[in-house]
Ligand binder design. Sequence first.
Ligand SMILES: *Cc1c(COP(=O)(O)O)cnc(C)c1O
Length: 522
Amino acid sequence: MNAPNKSGWKPAMAVDEDGLHNGPQTTTGNRALMLEEPLLFEIGHAETTGVDLPEFDPDASSRLGGFERSDPIGLVGLTEPETVRHYTRLSRQNYGIDLGFFPLGSCTMKHNPRLNEKIARLPGFADVHPLAPQSTVQGALEVVHQLGHWLCTLTGMPAVAMSPKAGAHGELCGILAIRAAHIARGDARKVVLVPESAHGTNPATAAFAGYEVEDIAATAEGRVDVEALKARLGPDVAGVMITNPNTCGLFEKDFREIADAVHDAGGYVYCDGANFNAIVGRVRPGDLGVDAMHINLHKTFSTPHGGGGPGSGPVVLSEALAPFAPLPFVRQTEDGAFELVEEERREDTRDQTFGRMTAFHGQMGMFTRALTYMLSHGADGLKQVAEDAVLNANYILRSMEDVLHAPFAESGPCMHEALFGDKDFGGDLSTLDLAKGLIDEGFHPMTVYFPLVVHGAMLVEPTETESKASIDQFITAFRSLVERAVAGDESLKQAPYYAPRRRLDETGAARKPKLSWTEPTE
Ligand SMILES: *Cc1c(COP(=O)(O)O)cnc(C)c1O
């Protein structure tokens, strides 16, 4: 990066070393509407501020008993327009579902209806405080209770824990309930079985809860190898964690048979329900023998997410695990009021609770959005969500399979996501080059190199959000990039050409992030 000039503005990447952005370099570093944005520290000044503070009163400082600060705090100030512009410019460098198609597989980036926002911003929901007296937040508690009711109904499960704050947190909740159930019957077990196609959070969760994790192989058609799994069951196996629909975008058809075998061997069945949007309204996991399953409200039920949040991962639980569910939980008393049960009591359904997942009871903003999404769609609408998500993914699968390796195309229709591999690429081009090429075409790339069972995997999830026209546009761009990759078009190695930044050191960015700003040395 260039050092800032006096005004803080720095000439940017208007012209790359390779001369790809032909044209004169601009004075500001901006290129038309693609604006370079310096850090706040580079544009702000210690003497600038967006608010008027009262004159310093030396007498008042005596009230601080000598503890008053004697040096400047070291933060820069900006005027209000400077602040607004800074953040607006940054937001324009971000890609979001409101900007275009966002086919990130496994992440379910779907449109968040504006109605959700309107409801979530009602003061009674938006301003609710977790320590407010319960009598003053009856409506909010009713939302939590009603959402829990619909989650149980849609999954065919008797109980739900609403407090987990994300999918992975929900996994931990489910595994802790499983562990508590084993301990309660004096049969603590050591091993959790996880298929090799599992989302990385599954083995991480089991290991975090103190279990040994063992892989179960996948079949050539991309599903759990049932015979291998059955052969491994035994008195040391606490349970299995299986994603259904799985991360190859396929429905685990033998789930019931697997669940029965696990139960016969004294284990419990954890289902990773992150892909519930493919089957909501069509399949009730409770009917498949699931004991615990998290639901990513931010995926299936629409809340916008990314960059680490916000999330919400309620966990539905079977009869067997319900007594071990975490506190607190909301229930309706006989007089119709809603009550937040904070402590274990003998007469409660959760009389053997394993404890708490969080200090409070969950994510109010996501609860309101998810319930709004459910109620505005209704039962038929939710069923159609699943059908359209699956239809869109199959449309992409069948529109690409003649040019791109589709390893499980023979396994029948996919569910909500289409999986491809890099087998046919020419030269030394890779999945990464193709993904970077998509950025130049104005799309967020699909998920790449996951799941690990497919070489150079590309996982494309359109969701029900997209119209045929927008999917056709994506397919046209995707096909043209694949054709270039197969032909060994080396120019793809330099993509993206048109993004604010080109290729970044992705490992360095994750492993050695620079989290503080220091004055550049001249
Ligand atoms: C997203 C996802 C998770 C983790 O959910 P978070 O809410 O990101 O913690 C787990 N499993 C699968 C299959 C997922 O897609």
